[in-house]
Write a protein that binds this ligand. Structure first.
Ligand code: ZN
Ligand code: ZN
Length: 342
């Protein structure tokens, strides 16, 4: 089969002919119908974040159709529409058995530690598979498995309650999911903070109130819009110390800031006035859980979570086209969403 693979760090991905993976007793072979090109993939190619052993087929946002099932798999059959939880976990370790499988001691991410979906087929354990309802296109199913699920996890970590208010810092692909999911979970108002007017317009079409941080101080503006109170939940998806600090400062008394963006830099916190005195919380949020995916897919099936304006382009399973999409992510960051449709 054809697979587009990372052969050497810092080099363009290359098309290789590789064997169709053998299917173990508890595994499922999936014919890939859609594989999202994620900003993380650009980091793996550049070597900013380690992936391997090489050569490795990238692609952790995958949807497709079951081609073949192992002898012990009773829950799925050839032809089923499915999408893949990107973490392959053991199911037995302390973390897995407590439902925190993103910390599984043997956990492997597809497209990072083991072959992913930039290929005609992918093989994963049956327990990593979720059914994809007929109403959801494969391209959406793929994107739901990364950016959308990460946002749902962050909102759940932040313990968002119906009737609360939310600020989302960053209105790219993740932000658009965070806005819609916050509204789906019952947020009264969602403020979208960004410096790009086009993205803020899209955020407003999805029901958010745009705050242009290039024109106003977003913290002061959120305070003004909430009559001095601040928001109950802030979600930061940018990965900058400045926006992390703004997320914290925009919180109301007992507010929770969920940090999703990644940075190696630090940001300032004044413990008394910003955390202790108002019982505010800063919460780290990493990946997502298998158990969150059915809820996410149901939101997408009902159209409550709509990715049609977020996924802007599809490309074939072709090394040149995929490298060009990754080059674009290197230049502009995670705002362009391209899905491979082999
Ligand atoms: Zn991703
Ligand atoms: Zn485990």
């Amino acid at each position: 089969m054809k697979a587009v693979r990372l052969v050497a760090v810092g080099q363009p991905l290359a098309m290789q002919e590789v064997p169709v993976p053998a299917v173990g007793d508890r595994e499922v072979l999936v014919r890939v119908k859609a594989a999202g090109i994620c900003h993380s993939d650009a980091h793996y190619r550049a070597g900013d974040s380690p992936a391997g052993p090489l050569p490795l087929t990238l692609g952790h946002e995958v949807a497709g159709v079951v081609e073949r099932v192992g002898v012990q798999v009773a829950s799925l059959k050839p032809g089923d529409r499915v999408c893949l939880h990107y973490l392959v976990t053991c199911g037995d370790c302390t973390y897995c058995s407590r439902g925190n499988e993103q910390f599984c001691v043997e956990g492997e991410m597809i497209g990072k530690h083991r072959d992913g979906g930039y290929a005609e087929y992918i093989c994963v354990p049956a327990r990593s598979i979720v059914r994809l309802p007929d109403e959801i296109p494969f391209e959406h199913g793929a994107a739901l498995m990364c950016s959308s699920s990460t946002c749902l996890h962050a909102l759940r970590k932040a313990r968002l309650q119906g009737g609360e208010t939310v600020a989302v810092f960053g209105s790219g692909g993740l932000g658009m999911s965070a806005i819609q999911l916050a509204l789906a979970l019952g947020a009264l108002e969602v403020y979208a903070v960004d410096i790009n007017e086009a993205k803020l317009e899209l955020a407003e079409r999805y029901g958010a109130i745009g705050v242009n941080a290039a024109r106003v101080d977003p913290v002061a503006e959120i305070k003004r819009l909430t009559r001095g109170r601040g928001v109950d939940v802030a979600v930061e998806v940018v990965g900058l110390p400045q926006t992390m600090r703004q997320a914290l400062l925009s919180l109301a008394v007992m507010g929770r800031a969920a940090l999703v963006g990644l940075t190696q830099e630090s940001f300032e916190v004044y413990p008394y006035t910003e955390l202790v005195g108002k019982e505010a919380e800063i919460i780290g949020s990493s990946d997502h859980l298998l158990s969150e995916l059915p809820t996410l897919l149901e939101f997408a099936r009902r159209g409550t979570l709509d990715l049609s304006e977020v996924i802007t382009r599809t490309v074939p399973l072709d090394a040149e086209a995929i490298n060009a999409a990754l080059d674009e992510l290197d230049r502009f960051g995670g705002n362009v969403r391209t899905v491979i449709t082999p």
